[in-house]
Write a protein that binds this ligand. Structure first.
Ligand SMILES: Nc1ncnc2c1ncn2[C@@H]1O[C@H](COP(=O)(O)OP(=O)(O)O)[C@@H](O)[C@H]1O
Ligand SMILES: N[C@@H](CCOP(=O)(O)O)C(=O)O
Length: 309
């Protein structure tokens, strides 16, 4: 095999109360990548589409070439690779854009080089892509993009990330207001110290959320989708966040929150028609405020990244 094409999904990280430790993949949108072996022992980026010219084509600076280099070093290979990256999701969106690119690149190179690693074994390499993208090797975007479904990162040292069960048939609304919230910036404003009272509330909520996922208890999931630590700080970066939240909950959402570091927001819904109403009403609100946006009504993607051909 000399060439391969892979899709990797967008992701919703944090899932309200699980900062840096919980995330899920969604069916759409996502990134596509084509890798082709070359005979020059060099990693080159021959094409990037859909980024508005914003991403580096310098292989020293793009996450896709960075993680491919790490992979080839790990297998002691000097194989040359040409990279075509097709961004089919917004940048700086809160939908795991850099993560989708890194994961697509790693799944593709792993396939091209004879699948020496499992998806789990690729996870640390994918996290290194996040490190150069936003300055921190968090796993709550790359893990669900790689493994699919809902992923809990129980521990970073040692790394312990695994799929959780979750209520099937849920619909997901993702709305991306066209405002810029770079992940790195949204991480810098997080307080390093929190009160014991807030910590108790947060770990109660994350425990309840995981229990609700595992027991298919939508009421418990709904009660647990509360964030007393990150949301109060980051909501200030997202225009009309609380108005959008109220709209979603008033129209039947199980829960609503910031997608990753924002500005995208998401809602979990029991039925697709509820999701469609919420998507419409949130976009209508943003239009009234002269804020452009795009929205997706989709589902949790249980497969993760996949080979397209
Ligand atoms: N392929 C890439 N190579 C290098 N940097 C990237 C790449 N994709 C995104 N970034 C950078 O990573 C940071 C996070 O952006 P992005 O991943 O698009 O946001 P989000 O994860 O919220 O969707 C931004 O500074 C962005 O410019
Ligand atoms: N846990 C991270 C998740 C960032 O998600 P992204 O989609 O905005 O990159 C954080 O909250 O910083």
């Amino acid at each position: 095999m000399d060439s391969i094409k892979v899709f990797a999904p967008a992701t919703v990280a944090n899932v309200v109360c699980g900062y840096d430790i919980l995330g899920f993949a969604i069916d759409e949108p996502g990134d596509e990548i084509i890798l082709t072996k070359n005979d020059f022992n060099k990693i080159t980026i021959t094409k990037i589409e859909g980024d508005g010219g914003k991403l580096p084509k310098n292989p020293e600076k793009n996450v896709v070439s960075h993680v491919i280099r790490l992979f080839l070093e790990k297998v002691n290979s000097t194989q040359g690779i040409d990279i075509e990256l097709y961004k089919k999701m917004p940048l700086n969106s809160g939908m795991g854009s850099s993560a989708a690119s890194s994961v697509a690149a790693l799944v593709a190179i792993n396939e091209l080089m004879g699948k020496p690693f499992s998806r789990q074994e690729l996870l640390p390499l994918a996290m290194e892509g996040e490190r150069i993208a936003c300055g921190n090797a968090h796993a709550d975007n790359v893990a669900p993009a790689l493994l699919g479904g809902m992923v809990l990162v129980r521990s970073y040292e040692p790394l312990d990330a695994f799929k959780l069960p979750y209520p099937k048939g849920l619909s997901v609304v993702s709305v991306h207001p066209h405002v810029d919230v770079p992940t790195g910036e949204a991480r810098k404003i997080i307080k390093e110290r929190i009160s014991l009272k807030s910590a108790v509330q947060q770990w109660g909520n994350i425990a309840g959320l995981v229990a609700g996922f595992c027991t298919n208890d939508l009421g418990l999931v709904s009660r647990s989708l509360e964030d007393v630590i990150i949301e109060p700080v980051r909501a200030m970066l997202i225009p009309y966040f609380y108005e959008m939240k109220q709209l979603a909950l008033d129209n039947g959402a199980i829960g609503f929150g910031i997608s990753g570091s924002g500005p995208s927001v998401f809602a979990l819904c029991e039925k697709k028609d509820i999701a469609e109403v919420i998507s419409y009403k949130i976009k209508e609100l943003l239009n009234q405020k002269n804020i452009e946006s795009e929205s997706f009504v989709t589902k949790i993607n249980d497969e993760g990244a996949r080979v397209i051909n």
